[in-house]
Design a protein around this ligand. Structure first.
Ligand code: MTE
Ligand code: LUZ
Ligand code: MOS
Length: 760
């Protein structure tokens, strides 16, 4: 009952509530008497000086309570996390369309909305830059350029049989979480504030609100029940809305609510960072990649946000799942007049991996071999050194790759596809393999710490609080499983509490696929301490020996593996009467990891996650449309503690990656205005566009690793399988028009397919 495998399909109490619409999100919190509604007045020009602003008429509208400008901020007008370069409310200049300038606080949303239209603003336009390469040429960087070097690529290129150069582009991606950004705050005693926030980073909201209000962090309490999705979009940017609600509540001494409408959310928030990149790849006679040079131009938007950290993860993943002995990788975070771009599942990793895959594909086509031949010859092996110095251990790259190759029967599949393409004039098929290798841990070593608080109540029921946030990834069920196993009780006895900064302080954001590992270990640590005090009470009470081994199996006490016919509930009640500590705080800091930024070397990841996807796609050569026949994956889960949740993450991640690579197209015009600003103009995959068949195989391994219960992180890695779909579709285009001048520019929308089919 308590082993992980027996809980393999445990989903916890949340999902039935989701389906029935009973789960509570920020906008579902019962409204408090006197609640103030907040609307944001935002910039309509991407770069300008604010020449004048007049909101006197707007303030006269019935129901409008107060309009807040930067001057009303009691503390610092600063929300930048890594770099202090972003005001909460624009002061004298605006740097992107959608930048907040004023907050309208009103008795109801309608009054606030009316007020928006009565505000008079005049701008003096400044130069608008939307292209990262243009920004780079003008020296506009958000953070210093970073460079990872191993070996000597320049020297080795001279000895390569083949050397190819090219350019790639990947576009951004809208998070499109179901629940938009939002927060609800109210003033509490002692000049304090409580914020209900839809955030992945409760402590980030707390820290930012304290800074802007000019109060201590202990005067700010942040509470998170769950998110209707985050995908990275609420790692940093939720702090903006949490702070806005806090500011209005703090000044007006009334509850205040700020929940964005979909179009506001799309217009105001940052997205996945687009990248423009140059590569140079060198191979020998045997198709071994000897040298690789890559330069990344990251489109950071108007403020640093998390872009410097994202840039770093791009460098960490620039060689994907391959061993390349000579690498020079350079990365620039470029400042443009777009909303500050931010974390998105994969966090720069996918952007880096796309470039090496394009380089391999390009080389394969020039040499006249299949890309998989090059991929397969260069897969990582144990003891290989990565460009950042970490040595590969417990490598599963080949196992996953070969598994998919064999199961798919590649030579037969290739024949079938070739025959299909010969027989069909206006339908073509293409395929591609996509291996992945993703590093688990925050690359900023400090963030790899977590805390948990566990209480056992006198009736034997258990409450668990962690610093992790449930956003749909299945954190809560997994935390319950960890506690149930550690204490030896049923999952039904355990309740997972909200994430609250007064119960668990100094939380790292729920991100980097590390939430479950970090907080799971903290829960384990707390449970171990409770076991220590509880078990020593039992030994005294039952006059057992110090060496006797106490365990609970199905909530029944066993001593040295012998059942004693006394229940957990009975013993907990007795332990309380005897004044035993039944609560504990757990702590975990990932061991062995380190990274030295001055040398750009170290061992930043607790482990890597591997896998390979094979994608087959069919295009319609008259329409440019496509279908994905199937995606077949072998994925390294370690030893899955919850197969249902892991499958959910794998399928969701894959489809989100396919969306990024194919149909999701963010379009800004040259004036920095978002054109794809609604669900009518921004399309994400639906039931009709997902692959007709998805087949996941777990590479179950028993290797010792630092994952919780050996169940490896699964949140972000599967997104990168979607890159395979890009190449499968592109290969189908080339099957129709082998002379196509189609570039390595993602997403590969039907429009781009059509142009690729008929260009020369
Ligand atoms: N799954 C759902 N349903 N909703 C989400 O918002 N976020 C992803 C991933 N899976 C997300 C999700 C991202 S960006 C991360 S980093 C991980 O979940 C975070 O959870 P973990 O650290 O527990 O894997
Ligand atoms: N966030 C972060 C992340 O701050 N550091 C990371 O390394 C990271 N990686 C993935 C996603 N979010
Ligand atoms: Mo995920 S991009 O680490 O929130």
């Amino acid at each position: 009952m308590n082993t992980p495998s027996q809980h393999n399909n445990f989903i916890g109490p949340e999902y039935p509530n989701h389906v029935k619409g009973r789960s509570i999100y920020v906008d579902d919190i019962p409204v408090m008497e006197g609640t103030v509604y907040i609307k944001i007045f935002d910039a309509t020009i991407a770069h300008a000086k604010i020449a004048s602003i007049d909101y006197s008429e707007a303030e006269q509208i019935e129901g409008v309570i107060k309009i807040f400008s930067a001057k009303d901020i009691p503390g610092e007008n600063q929300i930048g996390g890594i770099v202090p370069d972003e005001p909460l409310l624009a002061d004298d200049e605006v740097h992107y369309c959608g930048q907040p300038i004023l907050l309208i606080a009103a008795e109801n949303e309608d009054a606030a909305e009316d007020a928006l239209h009565k505000i008079k603003i005049e701008y003096e336009p400044l130069e608008i830059i939307t292209n990262p390469r243009v920004a780079f040429a003008k020296g506009k960087l958000l953070s210093p350029t970073r460079k990872f070097v191993i070996g000597n690529s320049a020297e080795v290129f001279k000895n390569c049989k083949y050397v190819f150069e090219g350019t790639t582009e990947t576009n951004g991606q809208e998070h499109l979480y179901l629940e938009t950004q939002g927060a609800y705050a109210y003033p509490t005693e002692f000049n304090s504030i409580k914020i209900f926030s839809s955030t992945q980073g409760p402590t980030a909201v707390q820290r930012t609100a304290a800074r802007v209000l000019g109060i201590n962090m202990n005067n700010v309490e942040v509470d998170v029940t769950r998110l209707g999705g985050g995908f990275g979009g609420k790692e940093d940017q939720a702090s903006t809305y949490g702070t806005m609600a806090a500011l209005v509540a703090f000044i007006l001494k009334r509850p205040a609510k700020c929940v964005l409408h979909r179009m506001e959310d799309m217009r105001m928030t940052g997205k996945r960072n687009p990248y423009s990149s140059d590569f140079k790849i060198g191979l020998d006679d045997n198709l071994k990649i000897l040298a690789y040079e890559v330069t990344f131009y990251q489109n950071g938007g108007a403020a640093a946000d998390l872009s410097p950290a994202i840039l770093e993860r791009t460098l960490f993943h620039c060689t994907n799942s391959y061993f390349i002995p000579n690498v020079t990788a350079t990365a620039n975070s470029c400042k443009t007049n777009l909303p500050p771009n931010t974390a998105f599942r994969g966090f720069g990793g996918p952007q880096g991996m796309f470039v090496i895959e394009a380089a391999i594909d390009f080389a394969a086509k020039k040499i006249g071999v299949e890309p998989y031949t090059i991929q397969q010859k260069n897969l990582l092996q144990n003891k290989n050194e990565l460009p950042y110095g970490q040595i590969i251990e417990n490598c599963e790259a080949e196992k996953c790759y070969n598994n998919v190759m064999q199961k798919a029967n590649i030579s037969q599949l290739k024949n079938e596809i070739e025959n299909f393409n010969i027989k069909n004039k206006f339908k073509k098929k293409g395929f591609a393999f996509m291996p992945i290798c993703f590093g688990i841990s925050f690359t900023h070593t400090t963030l790899n710490q977590a805390r948990a608080l566990v209480h056992v109540y006198t009736d034997g029921s258990v409450g668990v609080s962690t610093g992790g946030v449930e956003m749909g990834q299945g954190l809560n069920p997994k935390m319950i499983q960890v506690a149930a196993k550690a204490l030896g009780i049923s999952t039904s006895k355990i309740k997972l509490e909200t994430t609250n900064t007064t119960r668990v302080a100094n939380t790292s954001p729920s991100a980097a696929s590390s939430t479950t590992d970090l907080n799971g270990h903290a829960v384990q640590h707390a449970c171990q301490q409770i076991n220590t005090s509880f078990h020593s009470f039992i030994k005294k009470d039952l006059q057992l020996n110090e060496e006797d081994i106490i365990e609970f199996k199905n909530e029944i006490l066993t001593v040295n593996n012998q059942s004693k016919n006394i229940s957990w509930n009975e013993l907990i009640a007795k332990a309380y009467l005897a004044r035993t500590n039944l609560s504990a705080k757990g702590f975990y800091a990932t061991p062995t990891i380190n990274f030295d930024k001055t040398k750009e070397k170290g061992h930043p990841f607790s482990y890597h996650v591997y896998g390979t996807a094979l994608t087959v796609a069919t295009i319609d050569c008259l329409r440019g449309t496509y279908e994905i026949d199937f995606v077949k994956v072998c994925h390294d889960v370690g030893t899955s503690m919850n197969e249902k949740i892991d499958i959910g993450q794998l399928e969701g991640g894959l489809v989100q990656g396919i969306g990024w690579m194919t149909m999701e197209e963010i379009v800004y015009n040259e004036q920095g205005k978002l054109l794809s600003n609604a669900l009518s103009t921004y399309k994400i995959p639906d039931i009709y566009s997902v692959p007709k068949k998805i087949d996941f195989e777990f590479l179950d391994t028993q290797n010792d690793n630092l994952a919780i219960l050996k169940s490896k992180a699964v949140g972000e890695p599967p997104l990168m399988y979607g890159i395979g779909t890009y190449f499968a579709i592109r290969n189908a285009v080339l099957a129709f028009n082998s002379k196509s001048a189609i570039t390595y520019n993602a997403p590969i929308t039907p429009e781009k397919v059509l142009m690729g089919l008929y260009n020369k």
